[in-house]
Design a binder for this molecule. Structure first.
Ligand code: AN0
Ligand code: CP
Length: 317
């Protein structure tokens, strides 16, 4: 595997899951693989889990790791070609990318949707330029439309906790004060569509996701109905995808907050969220602190998903 930007890059998903459980059982088994190999992680946006878990995964594989926060210490980057650079941006992405490529063997990129231009976001303009101009394998640490390392960790977690072969998994929108990307929801839907699970998406009208990600999921506008019989509740906020509201918060209806009363409608479901989470907006303290909350095991599995991806890239060098 050279690049990793979506579930498609992994190939056989069942084989990738087997690899994940093997890595989890012995995470230092491939410590020789990354010897004298350098990973550079580029962050255009903040991160706690991705930064730490990916660095840990790289260290498990014996790699050297360099982290660059574009907004803290690097030159401000212009990303549009053809611009007369007489403003506050000192360097162009078209030089920065190949320069970064000179110092490493693998590049991880975090670059969220900017909500300035829907086409630019959905064409993955920034991530594709890293792939095109760096000369290195590139993996997504959450790009404009997907967060595949998160979805992979989520799938590993569901596989670990499910009690039936094909559980009912519900992705529910929940309120948030600020506009968030659709990436986590898109990606989770894309991965769930690759499984044999029963998969339902619930959200208020106006928060429809791109049909290419919804796939064969059932969309249910009644959150309570969606929760009935669920084995896993996966909460996430996203801003509107459909025009003319792309990237906007169209409501913050706290009737959609995941609480104990709604969880009682489920089949004693587990609660999942990728974190960071705003308590008592997305989910109540009671639910996130309950025995059924998987938010910490999910975060722990980020080390595993990152390690499988890095291992596959290193094996292809
Ligand atoms: C980001 C998002 O919703 O895409 C990152 C989640 C992993 N969340 C925030 O910006 C709060
Ligand atoms: N879940 C996740 O990607 O968290 P960070 O934004 O903290 O990396």
């Amino acid at each position: 595997m050279r690049h990793f930007t979506s579930v498609k890059d992994l190939g056989d998903l069942q084989a990738a899951l087997r690899e994940a459980f093997a890595v989890k059982a012995d995470r230092f088994a491939y410590h020789h693989l990354g010897q004298n190999k350098t990973l550079i992680m580029i962050f255009f946006n903040s991160s706690l889990r991705t930064r730490l878990s990916t660095q840990k995964a790289a260290m498990n594989l014996g790699m050297n790791v360099i982290v660059l926060d574009i907004n803290q210490g690097a030159w401000k980057l212009e990303t549009e070609r053809g611009v007369i650079m007489d403003g506050d941006k000192s360097e162009h992405l078209l030089e920065a990318i190949p320069v970064i490529g000179c110092y490493c063997d693998v590049i991880g990129v975090r670059s969220f949707a900017r909500f300035e231009n829907k086409a630019d976001d959905y064409e993955e303009k920034i991530l594709s330029q890293f792939i095109q101009y760096s000369g290195r394998p590139v993996f997504s640490m959450e790009a404009a439309t997907r967060h595949p390392l998160q979805s992979f960790a989520d799938l590993i977690t569901i596989e670990e906790y499910k009690k039936v072969a094909s559980p009912k998994v519900v992705l529910t929108w929940a309120p948030h004060p600020k506009p968030l990307p659709q990436a986590v929801a898109n990606s989770f839907a894309e991965w769930m569509n690759e499984t044999g699970y029963e998969f339902v998406i619930t959200h208020p009208k106006g928060y429809e996701l791109d049909p290419r990600f919804v796939g064969k999921a059932r969309v249910e506008y009644d959150q309570r109905k969606a929760f009935e019989g669920a084995d896993f509740i996966y909460a996430k906020n996203w801003s509107a995808y459909t025009d003319p509201n792309y990237g906007k918060v169209i409501n913050t209806d706290r009737a959609w907050t995941v609480d104990a009363e709604k969880m009682a409608l489920t089949n004693n479901a587990y609660f999942m969220h990728c974190l960071p989470v705003r308590r008592n907006m997305i989910v109540t303290d009671e639910v996130i602190e309950s025995r059924k909350s998987l938010v910490i095991p999910e975060a722990a599995n980020r080390e595993i998903s990152a390690q499988v991806v890095l291992k596959k890239i290193l094996e292809s060098l």
